[in-house]
Design a binder for this molecule. Sequence first.
Ligand code: GTP
Ligand code: MG
Length: 454
Amino acid sequence: MPTLIEDTIAAISTPLGKSGLGVIRLSGKDSCKITLSLFSSPRNGLRDRVPVLGNLFEPKTGDVIDQALVTYFQAPRSFTREDLVEISCHGSPVVLKSVLRLVLEAGARLASPGEFTLRAFLRGRIDLLQAEAIHDLIEAQTLFQVKVAHQQAAGSISRRLKPVKEELVGLISLLEAGIDFAEDDVSILAEAAMEERLSQIEAGLARLKASFAFGKIVTAGLTIAIAGRPNVGKSSVFNALLQEERAIVTEIPGTTRDLVSETTQIQGIPIRLVDTAGIRDAGDRVERLGIDRSVEAVADADRVLFVVDGSEAWTVLDQEILGRLEGRPYLVVINKIDLAQRLEEGSLRIPATVVCRVSAKTGQGIEDLRHALFKEYGSLEGDAGLVTNLRQERLIHEALVALKKSQNTLTNGLPHEVILLDLYVALKALNALTGETTVEDILGNIFSSFCIGK
Ligand SMILES: Nc1nc2c(ncn2[C@@H]2O[C@H](COP(=O)(O)OP(=O)(O)OP(=O)(O)O)[C@@H](O)[C@H]2O)c(=O)[nH]1
Ligand SMILES: [Mg+2]
């Protein structure tokens, strides 16, 4: 990952296929000079943020390659804070490759993956959290992911972090002053007040860390396994959630033999839904193998929908399957509520909050089931500023550990110099979060997963 930012980089920023338009982007101090070596327009020159229509030509022969609209963004009012040019021509791979070759021959260097965004970061246009959000935005599979990534790219998490960090820096400054001037009788913070301020910082960070539970599923999605004994309607619930007849449904117990999985989205969250073979003590070898897979799928899933038949009494088998779900996040789906009910819910001793009543046949309750999947995360709408990846979560965790240590140091009456050491560790972690102190190989990891031209 080159961090030299004196040269001019170029790349095709749109996918290389046949399309109406394709864009070649240049960034760096020679962007205009290079562009003008192969572009002529009646205007003769480029003006900041004014698109100019003209011809792209081969400098050696003067042959026109394509007509193009060229837009110049003068530094620092550009994405990279450098002189930046976007050449928008026809989306022919041959044209795009030729233009790219010409700009490279004229002195530009081919950009590495993510290098435009890296420059925006290195020049202070965006912080690391925003850079990661741009990556998430490009990778988004659902509109909800786009919305969250857009909020992050606009700095929502950085804004949430800012007051916490300011508070920490304030506390460090006070302690530093107290130590430096201790002999000059400058009063340092009273213990109780300091305790209070430390707890406030900790609470802010803990809230941010907690947002990862939801942030993680927004970006990575969830795997949900549907389990239960045979014939309770697992495949029917699976189909109802997918809104298609994907899995085979019959009245014969043991219909589903192997795992059937399908990806979908529920409320904008990418979901991998897995239908499993009904769990029972089966004699048939094939069925037994299927059941082994069901058990594995339940173990691997982020969440389990445990389907039971409302038209039948609770069985020993139901109880046994429920036992396997101990300690796992699960919802009990009471199916077939369109039939006369024989299941005595009161005797199940399952908290009502994890019970959903549905009829896969009529569709009743299916919409509520969709909502119940994410109920624990509260409103999916207003949750701006989420921690969305492990790097972020780990750094916040590091800061929290250091803060905890500083609190212990305070309680144990150790000198403030010792507290300061921990506070600096916390600050370093928060700085790394936004990218104020990041080592190059971490930057390499983050930006190399971008596509070229971004
Ligand atoms: N009345 C009624 N019948 C249902 C409902 N859901 C499923 N059934 C019926 O129950 C039977 C079993 O449904 P499946 O979806 O195949 O059940 P399963 O749990 O996948 O069964 P296995 O794959 O054998 O483990 C079928 O005859 C369905 O039509 C429901 O909500 N109401
Ligand atoms: Mg089935």
